[in-house]
Ligand binder design. Structure first.
Ligand code: NAI
Ligand code: XMP
Ligand code: K
Length: 500
């Protein structure tokens, strides 16, 4: 006879936290969100910790080198997507690892033959007002000039005016030479009252741009997640098929932490993959998943996983439960695995962090996930909304949106067909192609979210994540009390906008 779970599967929205005594020490300013990323022994420190409990999903529409830098700068980690060729993924890891805080590879580039119309379209698409003009329109081409908003007047200039006629040409630019330090670059920026300083190589090719604004930000990023060489900590997703080729390339590119990316981690393929990494690259950490029960957790821990990822079918773009009928409510999965993790710690003195992956809709879901025992969360939709995600920003109706598609959708899987030359499409899709509302910059949004989490933790009498995990009191909510929790029995004024 089949085994039956007697309790229904539950999701985050079915729970609330009940406040504990808030002592005077419980002030958001005193809250630490530091959390372990990989396993460690009692009394020791983990090899990697996060300064905030956030990771960005292993997805084409979320985690590229740019997101990796933006998130590490704020204290979290990105796992760069693996559904691309080994070479291009390794290149992204290399870029993120070699990124020098404050130096950015130019993202908006045109040639002198482009027109004002092209400049305006590019600006609309990327939101950048500084455009590098290179001989071939590439980010590292020979630098011929720079265009900023001060170089043209939309009301006066013809849209067909060529860039060569209004750019600030190279001869008139102040620029830094290859190898310049950030503080030297900043001195040039101040001496010449610049907003942006191009850094140029010996051949006249553009290497980086340094923005005044970024320098200021670098100064105010105390949470930055750096390795011993002051490079950002970078993660990458791998699969259980081509790991013999992929892992060596990622390690050569400098990756710090790997994660096996799969909808179903309770498998012998994962055990083989972990063993390969552990025996060939013992210095590299590897997480595994996804699982939704204590058996799956224990299997991956026994195989040597450094952390375990929880969640099947709860993601915003997921249709796995509908397509295949597998999965479990995210809260139920997390509660069971976290109890298994604690029991394992009691028995062995080894603490294996767990990551709650998918299904975070409201900011308070993150706090609930932590209270239920997650050490950190992984989010796709949340990060896809920001400037830093790799996808296009579009205007649909009166609203700006960003593209966001599942890794199990046809759109994500097309790369395999291109790479291997004509493999058939997916038998069936496990994800959708969608839009998410555009939300602005990562830092602005995240600081709001983090403040909410800290404030709730104070309500619960906790100033650290382990304390919250120990002290939290969590209640199930009935369908009727959910109604009570929203605005009810009042007539809302039109300018009331539902918050996140
Ligand atoms: N978290 C979730 O709920 C879900 C996530 N996804 C995402 O979609 C993407 C694809 O996920 P999956 O389809 O689960 O990928 P997968 O690569 O884990 O599995 C695909 C299929 O290949 C098989 N397989 C794996 N390794 C093999 C090997 N070495 N030899 C032979 N067969 C092997 C698996 O058993 C499975 O049938 C991932 O990015 C994943 O995160 C998709 C669905 C649900
Ligand atoms: O069923 C699925 N089909 C897909 O195509 C797919 N792509 C990603 N994922 C998983 O969803 C997580 C992100 O979830 P959120 O957007 O809710 O944060 C991710 O971290 C993944 O675990 C998928 N699940
Ligand atoms: K399985």
């Amino acid at each position: 006879m089949a085994y039956y779970y007697m309790e229904p599967s539950r999701t985050f929205s079915e729970f609330l936290l009940v406040p504990n005594l808030t002592t005077k020490a419980c002030n958001p300013a005193n809250v630490s969100l530091k959390t372990p990323l990989v396993k460690f022994k009692k009394g020791e420190q983990p090899a990697y910790s996060l300064n905030i409990p956030f990771s960005s999903a292993v997805m084409q529409a979320v985690s590229d080198d740019r997101m990796a830098v933006a998130l590490a700068r704020s204290g979290g980690i990105s796992f760069i997507f693996g559904s691309q060729s080994v070479e291009s993924q390794a290149e992204m890891v290399r870029k993120a690892k070699s990124y020098k805080a404050g130096f950015v590879v130019s993202r908006s580039n045109l040639t002198p033959d482009h027109t004002l119309k092209d400049v305006l379209e590019l600006k609309e698409r990327t939101g950048h007002s500084t455009v590098a003009i290179t001989h071939d329109g590439s980010p590292n081409g020979k630098l011929l000039g720079i265009v900023t908003g001060r170089d043209y007047r939309v009301s006066r200039d013809s849209q067909s005016k060529s860039v060569a006629d209004f750019m600030t040409p190279f001869e008139k630019l102040v620029y830094g030479k290859s190898g310049i330090t950030l503080s030297e670059a900043n001195d040039l920026i101040w001496d010449h009252k610049l907003n942006c300083l191009p850094v140029v190589g010996d051949e006249g090719n553009l290497e980086y741009l340094v923005f005044r604004k970024d320098y200021d930000e670098h100064k105010v990023n105390p949470m930055e997640l750096l390795d011993a060489n002051k490079s950002y900590i970078v993660g990458a997703g791998i699969n259980t098929k081509d790991y013999r080729d992929r892992v060596p390339a990622l390690v050569a590119a400098g990756v710090d932490v790997l994660v096996i990316d799969s909808s179903d981690g309770y498998s012998e393929w994962q055990k083989d993959t972990i063993e390969f990494v552990k025996s060939n690259f013992p210095q590299v950490k590897i997480g595994a998943g996804n699982v939704v029960d204590k058996e799956g957790f224990q299997y991956l821990v026994d195989a040597g996983a450094d952390f375990v990822k929880i969640g099947i079918g709860g993601g915003s773009i997921c249709i796995t439960r509908e397509q295949k009928g597998i999965g479990r409510g995210q809260a139920s999965a997390l509660i069971e695995v976290s109890a298994a993790r604690d029991a394992y710690y009691e028995q062995t003195g080894e603490y294996v962090p767990i990551c709650s992956d998918g299904g975070i809709v409201h900011d308070y879901h993150i706090t609930l996930a932590l209270a239920m025992g997650a050490d950190f969360v992984m989010m796709g939709r949340y990060f896809a909304r920001f400037d830093e995600s790799p996808t296009r920003k579009l205007k649909v109706g009166n609203n700006f949106v960003k593209e966001f598609w599942g890794e199990g959708s046809n759109r994500a899987r097309n790369w395999e067909r291109y790479d291997t030359g004509g493999k058939a499409g997916l038998m069936f899709e496990e994800g959708v192609d969608s839009y998410v509302p555009y939300a602005g910059s990562l830092q602005e949004n995240m600081s709001k979210t983090l403040h909410k989490i800290k404030s709730t933790m104070c309500n619960c009498g906790s100033i650290s994540i382990p304390e919250l995990q120990r002290n939290a009191r969590i209640t199930l909510v009935s369908a009727t009390s959910i109604v009570e929790g929203g605005a009810h029995d009042v007539i809302l004024k039109e300018n009331n906008i539902a918050g996140e």
